[in-house]
Design a protein around this ligand. Structure first.
Ligand SMILES: *[C@@H]1O[C@H](CO)[C@@H](O)[C@H](O)[C@H]1NC(C)=O
Length: 252
C-alpha cells in the first residue's frame, strides 16, 4: 500500500518537473502560433525562410492560409511532441532503442535493429521523404501516429484525411496509403503502444542513422528539425571515410 503511494508521489513529482522544464518552450511555440495566425506575419515569415533556404532538398515549411495554427488541438499536439522529445531514450552516441515494429508488407512483428545489416548504416526515417542510399546505407521508413489526424489537429495541407489510429489495422491501412506515394522503400509501422515514437521522440517527424547498434546521427525534432541535407552531409562524410579506408587497403 505505502509503496504504491510512494510510486505515485514519485510519478507526480516527475510529471511536475517535466511540465516545468517544458513550459518555457511550449509557451514560445504557442506565442509563435498565435502570431503566425496573422496572415501578414505568416506570409512575411515564410517568405524570409524561403529566401534563406539555400537547399531545395529539405521539405519546405509551408502552411496554407486556411489553416489556423493556434487552437486547442494544435497546442495539445505541440505539447505531446515536446514531451516525447524530452523523455526519449535515444541519444546521439548511445545504444539505439530496439523497439518493436510491424512490417507493412506481411504484418510480421520485428525489431528496429533487425533491419541493420552488419556495419552498414541504417537510416531510420520517421517521416515520408525518401532518399535512396542503397550503395552505402539501408533505410527504413517508420510510420508512427498521424501528425495531423482528421479528428485532431487537422490540416488541409495533409495529403489524406486520416483519423487517429484506433487499432493496428487502422495504422497499417494509413501506412499503405503513404507507401503508395513512396513505393519501393521498406515501411514498418510503430506498435499501438507507440514504443518507437516514445523511444525516439519521433513525433511529428525525425531522422536518425544507426550503425552497429548505436545512434550515429540524430536529427532535430520535426518539422523544423527534419533536415534531409544534414542526413546527406553525414552520408557524404561517411562515404569519404569509406573511400579513404578502401584506398589504404589497396595500397598496402
Ligand atoms: C498510440 O497512439 C494512438 C494514436 O495514433 C493513440 O490512440 C493510442 O492511445 C496511443 N497508445 C498509447 C498506449 O498511448
Amino acid at each position: 500500500m505505502s509503496t504504491s503511494v510512494g510510486v505515485q508521489t514519485c510519478e507526480s513529482i516527475k510529471n511536475a518537473m517535466v511540465c516545468l522544464a517544458l513550459l518555457p518552450r511550449f509557451l514560445m511555440a504557442a506565442v509563435m502560433f498565435w502570431l503566425l495566425d496573422f496572415l501578414c506575419i505568416r506570409k512575411r515569415v515564410f517568405f524570409r525562410m524561403k529566401e534563406q533556404e539555400d537547399d531545395a532538398i529539405d521539405p519546405p515549411l509551408c502552411i496554407s492560409d486556411s489553416n489556423r495554427l493556434f487552437s486547442l488541438e494544435s497546442l495539445k499536439a505541440v505539447w505531446h511532441g515536446h514531451k516525447l522529445d524530452f523523455l526519449k531514450a535515444a541519444h546521439l552516441g548511445h545504444g539505439a532503442p530496439n523497439t518493436e515494429v510491424v512490417q507493412l508488407e506481411d504484418q510480421r512483428r520485428s525489431r528496429i535493429l533487425d533491419y541493420a545489416k552488419d556495419k552498414r548504416p541504417l537510416i531510420l526515417n520517421f517521416g515520408s521523404f525518401v532518399q535512396q542510399n542503397a550503395d552505402i546505407a539501408d533505410s527504413v521508413v517508420v510510420y508512427i501516429e498521424e501528425a495531423h489526424p482528421s479528428d485532431g489537429w487537422m490540416s488541409t495541407d495533409a495529403p489524406y484525411q486520416i483519423p487517429k489510429h484506433r487499432c493496428l489495422e487502422d495504422r497499417l491501412n494509413a501506412a499503405q496509403l503513404m507507401h503508395l506515394e513512396v513505393p519501393g522503400c521498406l515501411v514498418v509501422v510503430d506498435s499501438m503502444e507507440n514504443s518507437s515514437n516514445a523511444a525516439y521522440g519521433a513525433y511529428f517527424d525525425r531522422l536518425y542513422i544507426l550503425q552497429e547498434g548505436k545512434i550515429v546521427y540524430q536529427g532535430g525534432r520535426g518539422p523544423e528539425g527534419y533536415r534531409i541535407t544534414e542526413l546527406r552531409d553525414w552520408l557524404d562524410q561517411y562515404r569519404k571515410r569509406l573511400e579513404k579506408s578502401n584506398n589504404l587497403v589497396i595500397h598496402v
